[in-house]
Design a protein around this ligand. Sequence first.
Ligand code: GLA
Length: 374
Amino acid sequence: MRKKILVEASGRINLIGEHVDYNGGSVLPASIDKKIIIEFHSVSGEECNIKSKTLDKRFKINLNKISKSKIQWQNYIIGVLYNLITLKKLKIEAFNCKIESNLPIGAGISSSSALICGIASGINQLNNLKLTNDEIIDIVSDVEHNFIGLMGGIMDQFTIVNGKKNKLILLNCQNRSFKYINSDFNNYKFLLINTNVEHNLANSAYNDRVKECSEALIIINKKYKKYNCLVEVEENILNEFKSVLTKKVYNRALFVIQENKRTHDSANKISKSKLTEFGELMYESHYGLKNLYEVSCKELDFLVEFTSNYKEIIGSRMMGGGFGGCTINLIEEKFVNDFVDLISKAYLDKFGIKLNAFTVNIDNGITIKNINEF
Ligand code: GLA
């Protein structure tokens, strides 16, 4: 019997806790109501037809001949098949799928993890593989590391797989323990503002940050031999190494340790409805990402700085990997339209680029519907 299913995989926001996931730190993300929608049909034979309506591109892949493609977007799908069939030796039925999306690409809201999670979850369902959420998270990491070349942490895929409507996730990325926190922001909304720039070398600059953090940990552990990850190092211990580490590596480590603390402080403030204090932590996070971690860019900095003129915005910072993409802003709902007009004009005047701005709601991460069997 042929099956037809519809998978919706959401993007994610991250309220705070940037670049700490691969350092064993804690993050505060949520899945959102912007999604990739993938329709799967099982078919006979060995050949899968994959069509992206968003990119207006398609390709075929034979399940007996899986190898990396030179065309990057194809690897998001091929990587999952390689993991399941070649590495895990699982038996998969051929399928056709059609991918559509209202999730902006390259905006730092995780369209790539959403696509990989959606593909893995759909194949899981079609073939009744009974993969657990943790297994899907590991598959997505494997594809990102080995097929896409981004040595990312687990924040994005964890959030997409476990995200729930109206819940933030306070996630410890070292041991994957987590708790849901009610997302109650009164009359404030999350407004994402997309710079519509994606600077070159973002992947390699990201991977450099991963290496610099691991270098800091190795040097500190030569003396202390006890830290499993960078966020376990206390700031006073790091300071003992200030003259041993290069300034750059010291700054990276300092940011990570401070940002991890900000995540916990933020969860605490949000659960006590101290939103203004949480907003201040968002600004601190941005300035750390800009000055110590050096993953911001002039367009993101402009958007964050512009918000400081308006009391209706209580927090703003760059979000995700950086070097372009979005800022996340906590803004009074009734001011959204006026503010979008103001900032769009100022940004166009400054950079000659049109931005996109949209509010997001917190929604379920993955949903799968059986459409019918035929
Ligand atoms: C990207 C990565 C995540 C995380 C963020 C920065 O989105 O995929 O794992 O490291 O950057 O917080």
